[in-house]
Design a protein around this ligand. Structure first.
Ligand code: URA
Length: 234
């Protein structure tokens, strides 16, 4: 890979900024100052340092965000604040995106990544990845309404929703709903189909991973290597 491309991918600045770093002699490759921005390096074997700090190469980045209300799941928007704005400047990269969508007023687990392959796997409707929501509702559900949610309800698509799991939550007007689809406003439409209304929604798990309870709304952390592996196996 070209040295300037490597430095850009490692978030050390734009093409022109990293070239300036090289010109100023701040970049070394295996201990020797780099002279040309277009010199080739082996990103997996060579040691590249900027200002004496070694950079280890990573292609993919994964963040678990506890999405707060009021932010939209997009990379940019002219009107609303996007979830990408919650990242600290040091973690921002032009290739990061939210893997999936939560409504503006939904909170909870959102994966931000630049790994298109993993996102595709997790979001493909064929894969039936579990998503669990803590759903606050306007009034508690009857046994019959729970049964209907579990078996599938008519939300105005060409077929009923896939079987879902409903579990009680701590509060009376709350439930834990696990679905494997991700249709637009799906949870809200499912509850509406049984004559109820969602008053608050929080995603607490995505595939095999559960939202880290230490994360306050708006906070995020990197996934561990083990968590990434588990997601790939989901
Ligand atoms: N279902 C919804 O209705 N909204 C979300 O944000 C996610 C699932």
């Amino acid at each position: 890979m070209r040295l300037d491309k490597f430095l850009c991918e490692m978030n050390r600045g734009s093409r022109s900024e990293v070239r300036a770093l090289i010109r100023r002699g701040l970049v070394t490759v295996n201990g020797l100052p780099a002279k040309e921005a277009d010199c080739r390096i082996d990103e997996n074997a060579d040691t590249v340092c900027v200002g004496g700090q070694p950079l280890s190469y990573r292609r993919c980045f994964y963040y678990m965000l506890n999405k707060p209300e009021g932010f939209i799941c997009a990379t940019q928007d002219k009107i609303s604040a996007t979830v990408m704005e919650l990242l600290a400047p040091k973690d921002r990269r032009p290739d990061l995106f939210p893997a999936g969508r939560l409504d503006k007023d939904t909170e909870g687990f959102l994966l931000l990544t630049n790994d298109g392959e993993l996102a595709h796997k997790l979001l493909s409707p064929k894969r039936h990845v579990d998503k669990t929501y803590l759903v606050s509702i306007s009034h508690s559900l009857s046994e019959e309404e729970i049964r209907r949610l579990e078996q599938g309800v008519d939300i105005g698509e060409d077929r009923l929703t896939m079987p879902a799991r409903v579990l009680p939550a701590e509060a009376e007007n709350q439930l834990l709903l696990t679905i494997q689809e991700g249709k637009f406003h799906q949870v809200k439409r499912m509850l509406k189909a049984v004559g109820n209304e969602v008053t608050a929604l929080k995603r607490i798990s995505f595939g095999p991973l559960t939202l880290d309870e230490a994360l306050q709304p708006g906070e995020y952390r990197e996934l561990t290597e083990e968590e990434v592996k588990i997601l790939y196996e989901a």
